[in-house]
Design a protein around this ligand. Structure first.
Ligand SMILES: Nc1ncnc2c1ncn2[C@@H]1O[C@H](COP(=O)(O)OP(=O)(O)OP(=O)(O)O)[C@@H](O)[C@H]1O
Length: 338
């Protein structure tokens, strides 16, 4: 792949973001983060209330990259097999087995949206984990591969009844956790409320130019970006310090109000998490038009790639969202950028 190719992909990425921002409004930052995850080939957890545009965003993404899109609802009675196949009585009155949402598009599956993932049972989470990590499942006596698959999940954060928290290991496999919120700008709120364009999602998605980022080429372009975008030794030292600060915040004089810093952290970010931080930072540098990562590229994606990997003592877990935000902020404040 040549520099010209990368430059061409850079233009395509800009067009892609522009098109997605036509379908969902006021979500420029989440759209940038999702674009980053796409080029870093990472899965993402979306956090947001109902009806804030998550499905619209992901359908727009699927149209922008091409390939097949599937969405599944997490429910308490969902079984792992429901993802793989479904059985029913066909018109001839005979039992029939059809491939389920994961299998039915084969290698064309590019975007899989697991809505309300915390309503599904742990057995379902473990299947999802395997699909995310290995991009394959075993079914009908053979292995099925999904080399272009990217998983997006959404966690219902309003209702906690009958929910199953995603285990730490599963959360670590998500490259990012990002917030999707209703825009605060009154002009955008007026648009969403009164412009009929936003009432019909199917028509809205149709307006997006299809296949701007051909999904079959994303793995290769992602590899090229990781090789092409440099991280100097000084930058590496900075990134290492940030990682250490998630493990031993006290060593960096990080203190949060009303928190015993000796007890806050059960485990800091994993090595996988630290690697994902740099993968995302390289893509951010590339999207920002650079050939070298700068501290600001890391800072741009630090919270979304790292906060969900830091495990708090159970006494602090209840206040996780707030504490995680404060911790990220303090780390970025206290670790001196070169
Ligand atoms: N920021 C936004 N930009 C464009 N449309 C939006 C936005 N927020 C909400 N909508 C509109 O609100 C409706 C619901 O959006 P959508 O189905 O994408 O939400 P959701 O977050 O996936 O909700 P749920 O979790 O209930 O499925 C759609 O008609 C969508 O066009």
């Amino acid at each position: 792949m040549t520099d010209r190719n990368l430059a061409d992909w850079h233009n395509r990425a800009a067009l892609f973001e522009q098109e997605i921002n036509k379908a969902v409004i006021g979500l420029e930052r989440p759209v940038r983060l999702v674009t980053t995850a796409i080029f870093a080939r990472g899965h993402a957890m979306l956090e947001g209330d109902v009806g804030v545009g998550k499905t619209t965003l992901l359908r727009a993404v699927a149209r922008g990259i091409g390939g097949a899109y599937e969405r599944i609802e997490g429910t308490i009675d969902l079984m792992p097999n429901d993802l793989v196949y479904h059985t029913y009585i066909n018109e001839a009155g005979k039992p029939q087995v059809d491939p389920g949402p994961i299998l039915k598009h084969g290698e064309e599956l590019s975007t899989f949206f697991f809505n309300e993932v915390n309503r599904a049972r742990p057995q379902v989470h473990s299947l999802l984990l395997r699909v995310m990590a290995e991009k394959s499942v075993t079914a009908f006596n053979r292995e099925h591969y999904f080399p272009h698959l990217q998983v997006f999940a959404d966690r219902n954060r309003v209702e906690k009844d009958e929910t199953f928290e995603i285990p730490s290991a599963a959360r670590d496999r998500f490259m990012m956790e990002l917030k999707i919120e209703t825009p605060e700008d009154p002009a955008l709120q007026r648009e969403l409320m009164f412009n009929p364009r936003f009432y019909d999602v199917d028509a809205l998605i149709e307006t997006i130019q299809p296949g701007i980022l051909p999904y079959r080429e994303l793995n290769e372009i992602s590899r090229q970006i990781q090789h092409h975008i440099q991280a100097s030794e000084t930058l590496q030292n900075y990134a290492l310090q940030l990682w250490q600060a998630t493990r031993f915040p006290k060593n960096f004089s990080i203190a949060l109000d009303n928190v015993d810093m000796d007890r806050l952290i059960l485990a800091g970010a994993s090595a996988r998490g630290a690697g994902m931080l740099m993968r995302a930072a390289r893509v951010t540098a590339w999207l920002n038009g650079r050939t070298h990562v700068l501290p600001e590229d890391i800072r741009e994606i630090f919270h979304e790639t790292i906060a969900h990997r830091v495990f708090f003592n159970p006494t602090y877990e209840l206040r996780r969202t707030l504490l995680a935000e404060q911790l990220s902020q303090k780390i970025l404040q206290q670790v001196a950028a070169p």
